[in-house]
Design a binder for this molecule. Structure first.
Ligand SMILES: C[S@@+](CC[C@H](N)C(=O)[O-])C[C@H]1O[C@@H](n2cnc3c(N)ncnc32)[C@H](O)[C@@H]1O
Length: 386
């Protein structure tokens, strides 16, 4: 994680500006402070930890943009505009990557009604990107959607798409289990899940689950396939049981079969002579259209001071979703942020809710209208509006 240690001194008065960045507010939270930054089309926070003689400036995990170069540049700008003396840092030594907004990374809302007249394949957890790059080059008329949560892997694939001038890959920085719930029905030809993390000790974090399979079946065309490849016998057994629990199921199982492209993981497992299992599921059902859900806008005025006064750290638990009101931070009487986690228990989401005079918005992005998110958002609005 990028961080800079500087000699402690007072901040200059906000708002501050440096290069492409506007450092709009300094938020005071319980234990630390946060700087709200806007620039290069992004909205994010820098975390400030004040020690006796120094200040640590680091990236905020929830709002950190995919392109880490933006965070590095924003941190450098913040150090410069305040005239801080740097003690040590890991941002000045990194390779000077070029910042450029990538045309291959679409906004997550782009996919809500996405149903092109072309073949579509999805790869979940593409890692080094070897497989998706190979497939996309081999099948230029198919659209490949790569979904990942590991930002360095995402950056690497975006870079490769650009270097190799690939036109048919779309990259998404999001939890695939959540994104899948918001895609249209019956339009995907193949979903690849290659070497998912087995999470033997935390099975709720697995990509594959009953609800994931239901969504996969819904988005797959009739005849569309879900291809799972794993080196974990445990995960293989778990997956077999899940597939067989579907109302209708046609699966093919293979052991140690070769595919056209060998990923970094597969290379490693092969060298260790581990067994590799494939389960290929063929969808036979035409599904109902996606249930269309909307999140109501924040359209009533509120006084942030009232929210600040009534805030308490609490979790509202319902049967299959929750909202955790984690923290509240204030910049001015009418500007503040509420830190939230919410959604379904096995795949929660994290956001800040930013109150800026009369406007309220989720940072860094709106939330996706899944069933659990819509219900969680209702609880958030009940708390805000009373
Ligand atoms: C073990 S790696 C395998 C990478 C690649 N498929 C391969 O075969 O080399 C698993 C990948 O899945 C990603 N991942 C884990 N959970 C995910 C989720 N919920 N949504 C999207 N990607 C996820 C991880 O970040 C990681 O890159």
């Amino acid at each position: 994680m990028p961080n800079v240690h500087v000699v402690k001194k007072d901040f200059k008065t906000f708002p501050l500006e440096s290069g492409d960045f506007l450092y709009k507010y300094l938020f005071v939270c319980n234990y630390d402070k946060m700087v709200y930054v806007e620039g290069r089309g992004e909205k994010f926070f820098l975390k400030i930890v004040e020690k006796e003689k120094e200040i640590l400036i680091k990236a905020d995990k929830i709002t950190k943009p995919t392109n880490i170069k933006i965070v590095h540049d924003a941190m450098k700008g913040f150090v410069e505009v305040n005239g801080f003396k740097v003690l040590n840092s890991n941002i000045y030594s990194t390779k000077n990557r070029l910042y450029k907004k990538s045309p291959y990374q679409k906004d997550i809302y782009f996919y809500q009604d996405f149903k092109p007249d072309k073949r579509v394949e999805i790869e979940i957890g593409f890692g080094s990107g070897r497989h998706i790059l190979y497939k996309a080059k081999k099948n230029p008329d198919t659209i490949y959607i790569g979904i990942e949560i590991h930002k360095p892997s995402i950056e690497q694939l975006l870079k490769q798409c650009e270097i190799q001038n690939i036109q048919n890959i779309y990259v998404v920085d999001y939890d695939a289990r959540i994104l899948l719930q918001t895609l249209s029905s019956n339009f995907v030809d193949t979903i690849y899940v290659h070497f998912p993390v087995p999470w033997d000790k935390k099975p709720h974090r697995r990509v594959l689950s009953k609800s994931f399979l239901d969504e996969a079946v819904r988005v797959l065309k009739v005849g569309g396939k879900l291809e799972l490849r794993t080196d974990s016998e445990n995960y293989f057994q778990y997956a077999c049981e899940l597939f067989v629990s579907l109302k209708k199921c046609e699966i093919t199982i293979k052991k140690n079969s070769d595919i056209d492209v060998v990923s970094k993981y597969e290379d490693r497992w092969k060298r260790m002579e581990k067994n590799i299992y494939d389960i290929i599921f063929v969808n036979g059902e035409f599904s109902k259209p996606k249930v269309s859900r909307e999140l109501p806008k924040f359209d009533k005025k509120v006084n942030f001071s009232d929210i600040y006064d009534k805030f308490e750290n609490k979790t509202v638990r319902k049967e299959d979703y929750f909202v955790h009101f984690e923290n509240i931070c204030k910049a001015k009487d009418d500007v503040g942020v509420l830190k939230l986690s919410f959604g379904s228990y096995d795949k929660s989401e994290h956001r800040y809710l930013m109150f800026e005079r009369n406007s309220i918005e989720y940072i860094p992005s709106k939330i996706l209208p899944t069933e659990q998110n819509v219900l969680a958002d209702k609880i958030v609005k009940e708390f805000i509006y009373g």
